[in-house]
Design a protein around this ligand. Structure first.
Ligand code: HEM
Length: 92
């Protein structure tokens, strides 16, 4: 009975709270996998420099994931503040 009550979405559609939660979960998972890609490309650079002079594409390979990490990270940083604004509780 109560579970059914809480499952009901007071605001159906893409702007619902549940949809936002799914979206932010996806961003968090993307950030996690980008972090792994970034770390691997940095390690590849260390290994390559130990052997000799790495090709330029390898030297610059950490930058795209780092760039995407910045956006997904800033998004996650802003989430709690955006949520508070929506709830109308900013500054309280
Ligand atoms: C470039 C700018 C970056 C920003 C602004 C940023 C920001 C954030 C924020 C706000 C969170 C969520 C923290 C929370 O739970 O409240 C987070 C989580 C995380 N960040 Fe970043 N980050 C950045 C780069 C990186 C890099 C370079 C790495 C690793 C190579 C990294 C690895 C992670 C991991 C593993 C998590 C936890 C994700 C999870 O919950 O599974 N981030 N980051």
């Amino acid at each position: 009975m109560h579970a059914q009550f809480f499952k009901q979405d007071p605001e159906p559609g893409s702007s619902s709270r549940e949809a936002r939660m799914n979206w932010s979960h996806g961003i968090r998972r993307t950030h996690r996998w980008l972090a792994i890609a970034f770390t691997l490309s940095v390690i590849a650079n260390f290994v390559a420099y130990a052997v000799g002079e790495p090709p330029l594409w390898l030297v610059y390979s950490p930058l795209p994931p780092l760039f995407l990490l910045m956006f997904s990270g800033l998004y996650m940083f802003a989430l709690p503040y955006a949520e508070r604004l929506r709830g109308g509780r900013i500054g309280s």
